[in-house]
Design a protein around this ligand. Sequence first.
Ligand SMILES: Nc1nc2c(c(=O)[nH]1)N[C@H]1C(S)=C(S)[C@@H](COP(=O)(O)OP(=O)(O)OC[C@H]3O[C@@H](n4cnc5c(=O)[nH]c(N)nc54)[C@H](O)[C@@H]3O)O[C@H]1N2
Ligand SMILES: Nc1nc2c(c(=O)[nH]1)N[C@H]1C(S)=C(S)[C@@H](COP(=O)(O)OP(=O)(O)OC[C@H]3O[C@@H](n4cnc5c(=O)[nH]c(N)nc54)[C@H](O)[C@@H]3O)O[C@H]1N2
Ligand code: SF4
Ligand SMILES: [Mo]
Length: 708
Amino acid sequence: MTGASTPTHCPYCALQCAMSLTASPAASSAGSADAPSAPVTVAGRDFPTNRGGLCKKGWTSAELLRAPSRLLAPLVRGEDGELHESGWDEALDLVAARLRGIRASHGADAVGVFGGGGLTNEKAYQLGKFARLALGTSRIDYNGRFCMSSAAAAGNRAFGVDRGLPFPLEDLDGAATVLLLGSNPGETMPPFIGHLAGAQAAGGLVVVDPRRTATARLTDDGKGMHVQPAPGTDLVLLLGLIHLVIAEGLVDDEYVATRTTGFDGLRRSVAAWWPERVQSITGVAALTLRRLARRLASGAPTFILTGRGVEQHVDGTDTATAAINLALLLGLPGRPGSGYGTLTGQGNGQGGREHGQKCDQLPGYRKITDPDARAHVARVWGVAPDVIPGPGIPAVELLQSLGRPGGLRALMVHGSNVVISSPNAGAVRHGLESLDFLVVCDFFRSETADLADVVLPVAQWAEEEGTMTSLEGRVIRRLPALDPPEGVRDELWILHELARRLDAPSVFHVRPEDVFEELRLASEGGIADYSGIDYAMLDAGEAAYWPYPRGSRGTPRLFADRFAHADGLARLVSVRVRAEVEHPSPADVLTLVTGRLLEHYQSGAQTRRVPELADAQPEALATVHPATAARFDIRDGDTVELVNSRGVVRCRARLSTDIRPDAVFVPFHFAGLQTANLLTSDAVDPVSAMPEFKTNLVSIRPISEAVA
Ligand SMILES: Nc1nc2c(c(=O)[nH]1)N[C@H]1C(S)=C(S)[C@@H](COP(=O)(O)OP(=O)(O)OC[C@H]3O[C@@H](n4cnc5c(=O)[nH]c(N)nc54)[C@H](O)[C@@H]3O)O[C@H]1N2
Ligand SMILES: Nc1nc2c(c(=O)[nH]1)N[C@H]1C(S)=C(S)[C@@H](COP(=O)(O)OP(=O)(O)OC[C@H]3O[C@@H](n4cnc5c(=O)[nH]c(N)nc54)[C@H](O)[C@@H]3O)O[C@H]1N2
Ligand code: SF4
Ligand SMILES: [Mo]
């Protein structure tokens, strides 16, 4: 596998930019730690989403293939308390024996599995099956609960289906207006910005973000709008826009009458949200709201898109629902050239939420409580339906149960670095430390792997094959460009070997294509139906959007004629501002806003190991408005301490007018005392179980010590 160029896709985000990897001849000596330079070269490849472009993370992704810190053998914690290299048989025998033992003494639900939205469809599918059949546990969930769950819940409730973008990204090119709510693709998906050029030129790019981000700066030409509400007030903002659209007669009456239900309730629910009241809560001028409502209702091609900024809140489902209500009143979903969508985040954030690593789900986006769904999947798996456990508990609750009475005694982690990325991370670390047994599969000793009893090193993206489902709902192929280093194993092989040792009552294939063929059957007839897709058609370049039932042609655009509810209508679900969702701003506290930097990916487990990225962003910086800094006696570059009841973060301050004076921004990519999630709350949205990542109250003060 050397010399030739392999067409594949980026390992990181959901844009899944197309790239070509060319293996250098030295790559065949895989495994030698003395060849740290990238064994493959990366080139952008033409594809509708990225049009040949890549961001810095994509360009440098191959450096991790031979990073000096890559794990090249399993690690097992010894009697001395340290992790030591071991053979594969020894490590897998130990894992199987310990999990069996814990299951025998504490019951199957004492063993949990935590998955990830970066896993291929094949691995995510197999992990769900492994939990249910090999471990017999209901306790599986994944990091998408931190990512997509509120948008997914809102989409399911309104449309009866959750496909992040129900249209190809290229549809955005013709838009006159794009409303981006809490989304910063200028840093989180740079090549995506190309699709906003039309709206930008038409003066219709509207960015709603408490920070003046790279994306918000696209409106600096004075043509578009940057709306900068107080953090966590988007629901009020959206209720205000809906109020205006109704009050000013801007509703698409025919669309609402023929394609939706619930209008009367919705109208009543927004009656009291007149613009001046909205202004007093959000800080957004009534005049701006009116301008925005009219722009959105102009009848020109218009899109409304949400990101994590409006979704990662304890009222995230309601806020996403309000955004959908606005889009439905304007008649956007399903109208050619217009639409509503959410920008899925992780590489396989879409596919990863469809095939069974969610606690309440079976493959094909089926409900685990539905007897027909259970019977169908049980048939594919060759077991009786009652062998499949019932629903488990969502990610935050799962992590809260670590080591607690009646909670988890053992956990397997596949594709997440929860010590950095989960809310109330100090409590999660404590929970992991109190487990009887922790197994982590990773390429590196992530902060979570550091706590494990056994670490199993797995193949990276360029060394494995499989499929990913991009933010468009398009299933794409990942192809291997080189062999994994010796000592590293494919995750499907690991699950196969463990399933065998645990006497699982089903076959666990090792070849990705065999797993995909089984996934096709398991998803057949489900909401996310992949049964008409196979590797050969993807290799031949077919753009396969689900649902893609056997014998059909796939579905690039949803909702043209009907929504996925049985009656074909979309639901206008009335949502209210809940009393318990408060946004106080007493003088001595700030709202901590968290989010992302261009150079780092998620917990930083990967990108902090790429020298070019780490040099560009070596540390977490707290962005503070100069007026706020003056109030708290903070100078640019000072070390500050951010504190609340959950924890303490220490990092240096960066003064900037890009942030509102009532907020402080800290990226969540860093470890140790710079871990933003030491401060975030594990309170969750009642519908989606999404935690409150985006707005948490903190106090701030300068300190004299250097940053640890
Ligand atoms: N560079 C980089 N790119 C990534 C990732 C990464 O880690 N790094 N991760 C990928 C993943 S998994 C995801 S989910 C996506 C996320 O992509 P985005 O949703 O674009 O990312 P975030 O930075 O989390 O949040 C977006 C914006 O929300 C704003 N925000 C915070 N609070 C509020 C609020 O109350 N209201 C409003 N309106 N806005 C608010 C923040 O200031 C931020 O600019 O990115 C993907 N791409
Ligand atoms: N404060 C705050 N916290 C947040 C967010 C926020 O905006 N603010 N965003 C949240 C969001 S949207 C997300 S998606 C999460 C993400 O946060 P995490 O779940 O921690 O995501 P990653 O850092 O991508 O972790 C993936 C880990 O798995 C490894 N890995 C990658 N691919 C594979 C694979 O195929 N198999 C295995 N076994 N391992 C693999 C990587 O090396 C890395 O250690 O963070 C959430 N946390
Ligand atoms: S935008 Fe996302 S998919 Fe594209 S190169 Fe960057 S990280 Fe990779
Ligand atoms: Mo995410």
